[in-house]
Design a protein around this ligand. Structure first.
Ligand SMILES: C[S@@+](CC[C@H](N)C(=O)[O-])C[C@H]1O[C@@H](n2cnc3c(N)ncnc32)[C@H](O)[C@@H]1O
Length: 356
């Protein structure tokens, strides 16, 4: 991680209450999922309508700051305001989206990711002129952590309940005891969820980014699955092992500079009747299909994260986060897979099954 970009900014005076003091910049702040100040404010507001003073009291924060924050949130439609009482509140829908890092959707994760992503503005501005890439490992610490916060709720809601059952025979193998490689695993959110659900199986997560791998090991230990979920630093083109029953790639194939080489390596590493589960952002094949709120999010993260990462790697490819099914199919079938189908989808993800 590039520590040089982390320490700027005005340092608040001592009167600032404890929850708003800057914590030391540590890459594992994501271990405190949902405990950052705005997340705490949303959660405290979910306890019931509150004036700024009441919410400040609930959260040990300063009413003047809380008042301004609440007004901005209300103007943005994230919280409700009752002019008659001066109280702010959350609707059920707002609470659903903003307050539960263990729920199926956690929008503050997107905020962490977006703010972390924007730290690269000057590098990406230069890259527009020079064509340089910018690897995932060069992004701000909050990028991998925010990515975990943003994506994990979707995996929690869908991976075990619906995506694995949508794959032909995979659930039965996992229940019986399968060998699984989770490639480009990041902080291991998917690896850990699978290891929790299928205790007879063995999971090897890998990612080229060493710091993410360290955190993935920590996540597995925290979840008590380190006996069956281990992690290696390796690229998708050379991750270790063979004879896997299942190889998974979650939201990373399109990030790679050489997805074709990754696909060939997955093909070699799979057992003859194995399955490659490819989870990608939801996208249509044509640009016009993606000019909607989902495309707005993913194209813009892609400009800052996915395309620069791919361009930083050998291979010459940069699929981008809105690649779509046709582009993924082409990569997969060119690597020798004979079967490819869309097995599941959500508004945010496409899930493909590829078989040798
Ligand atoms: C958007 S993140 C997804 C992480 C994780 N799979 C998840 O869903 O939370 C993309 C990941 O791909 C990894 N990555 C990028 N290029 C890679 C490559 N060539 N080989 C292995 N991992 C790669 C990055 O380090 C990052 O962890």
């Amino acid at each position: 991680m590039n520590g040089a970009r982390h320490g700027s900014g005005h340092r608040p005076a001592q009167r600032v209450p404890r929850p708003f003091r800057r914590r030391p910049r540590r890459h594992d702040r994501g271990g405190r999922r949902g405990r950052r100040p705005p997340a705490r404010l949303y959660r405290a507001l979910a306890d019931g309508p509150a004036t700024p003073e009441e919410l400040a009291s609930r959260t040990s924060t300063l009413p003047r700051y809380v008042a301004e924050w609440l007004r901005g949130q209300a103007a943005g439609g994230y919280v409700e305001y009752d002019a008659a009482t001066g109280a702010f509140s959350l609707t059920d829908e707002q609470a659903f989206a903003l307050t539960d890092p263990e729920g199926p959707l956690y929008v503050p994760g997107a905020f962490v990711l977006a703010l972390g992503t924007l730290r690269a503005e000057s590098q990406i501005t230069d890259a527009f002129r020079t064509g340089a890439g910018m690897g995932w490992h060069e992004q701000h610490d909050d990028v991998p952590v925010g990515c975990e916060m943003f994506f994990r709720p979707g995996y929690l809601a869908n991976l075990v309940p619906s995506w694995i059952p949508a794959l032909d025979g995979a659930a039965a193998k996992l229940n019986a005891g399968a060998a699984v490689a989770d490639v480009g695993c990041g902080l291991g959110a998917s690896t850990v969820l699978l290891a929790q659900a299928y205790p007879r199986s063995r999971f090897v997560g890998s990612d080229y980014h060493g710091t993410s791998v360290e955190l993935a090991r920590k996540r597995a230990a925290e979840a008590g699955v380190e006996d069956r979920a281990t992690f290696e630093v390796a690229s998708a083109q050379d991750f270790p092992g063979s004879g896997y029953d299942l190889v998974t790639t979650f939201d990373c194939l399109h990030d790679m500079g050489d997805p074709a080489a990754a696909a060939r390596h997955v093909r070699e590493a799979l057992a003859p009747d194995g399955t490659w589960m490819i989870v990608e952002p939801y996208a249509g094949d044509a640009v016009a299909d993606n000019l909607n709120p989902v495309g707005r999010v993913f194209y813009n993260f892609s400009t800052y994260l996915c395309v620069p990462n791919a361009l930083s790697q050998p291979g010459g490819s940069a699929l981008g986060a809105q690649a779509g099914e046709a582009a993924i199919r082409e990569v997969v079938t060119a690597a020798g897979f004979t079967r490819f189908r869309r097995a599941a989808e959500t508004p945010f993800n496409l899930v493909f099954e590829a078989r040798p």
